[in-house]
Design a protein around this ligand. Structure first.
Ligand code: CP
Length: 308
């Protein structure tokens, strides 16, 4: 069973092969209408369940379009409208869905929900985000960097802000794709030590630097995300804003990065909080390329899961 649960749980060779596939499927579709089927229709006759327990725009639409382009069909399910949201166990849900569909993508809160779904499903399960990680996003981000600047191995990636679930998957990718990673933010929002240890064990440099200017100096890629994640309480908002304001990505901070540095944000963004519109819409920014590449990267992930 080929589940796509996390970047650190997937081999380097398989990850590289998925990025290569993503680039190839993107190139093959260049200039085609969005609704046109991929010529080999790898998901012909396949049904895919897309389960959302949290809001989504990019993940929902890119998975849905991706399945359809590959000739498959989707059903988009809201966790709260399923019996899952009313006491049915995750294990039973996984067993039942496996009788109807060929692939399950789930966006959920607890990592345990994803892992239990994968343990009891007899079809592949894809992590569409948990409170702990967001691997599909970072596969798209690696693809985006390499399209723009060539191999990401050996580059300096700087994450500024909250060491959240997206940051976690970047740390996994640092270890698996071989790039150096610097986190800059307040100590209370450091990324999980387990993920820092993972990347370091893979042989890459991981730095924690409290001074954002020092952190960004010499960066090839600067990344940030919202200051308050979907799983954070609303009550955290004011404190987060006060803590993270010095880590805003603005034109002055970007000046310290390499001249050809890229800027990424997985979106949705709170413009002029974590990053200014000047940067988001400026020459370093590839935020909409990232969003587009969710589609191509996830098509490669689904092909891999289904052996297509
Ligand atoms: N980046 C991302 O996962 O976007 P959505 O929350 O809109 O799916």
């Amino acid at each position: 069973m080929k589940h796509f649960l996390d970047i650190h749980k997937t081999s380097q060779a398989e990850l590289r092969s998925m990025i290569d596939t993503a680039k190839a499927v993107k190139t093959a579709r260049q200039g085609q209408p969005k609704g046109m089927l991929d010529t080999d229709k790898p998901l012909d006759g396949h049904m895919v369940a897309l389960i959302f327990e949290k809001p989504s725009t990019r993940t929902r639409v890119s998975f849905d379009v991706g399945v359809r382009q590959m000739g498959g069909q989707t059903m988009v399910l809201s966790g709260k409208d399923m019996q899952l949201g009313h006491g049915e166990t995750i294990a039973d849900t996984a067993r039942v869905l496996s009788r109807y569909v060929d692939l399950i993508m789930i966006r959920t809160f607890e990592e345990e929900t994803l892992l239990e779904m994968a343990e009891h499903a007899s079809v592949p399960v894809i992590n569409g985000l948990t409170d702990r990680t967001h691997p599909c996003q970072i596969m798209a981000d690696v693809m985006t960097f390499e399209e723009q600047r060539g191999p990401i191995a050996g580059k300096k990636v700087v994450w500024s802000g909250d060491g959240n679930n997206v940051c976690a998957s970047f740390l996994h990718a640092a270890g698996q794709f071989g790039f150096d990673f610097t986190f800059t933010g307040p100590s209370t929002l450091d990324p999980e030590q387990e993920w820092v240890n993972f990347a370091r064990k893979q042989g890459v440099n991981v730095s924690i630097e409290r001074d954002p200017v020092k952190a960004v100096t010499g960066a090839d890629l600067v990344v940030t995300d919202t200051w308050v994640s979907m799983h954070d309480p609303e009550s955290a908002k004011e404190r987060r804003h006060n803590q993270l304001r010095p880590y805003q990505i603005n034109a002055e901070l970007m000046r310290h990065a390499n001249d050809d540095a890229l800027f990424m944000h997985c979106l949705p963004a709170h413009r002029n909080d974590e990053a200014t519109s000047e940067v988001m819409d400026g020459p370093h920014s590839v935020i909409f390329e990232e969003a587009e590449n969710r589609l191509h990267a996830q098509k490669a992930i689904m092909r891999w899961c289904l052996g297509k």
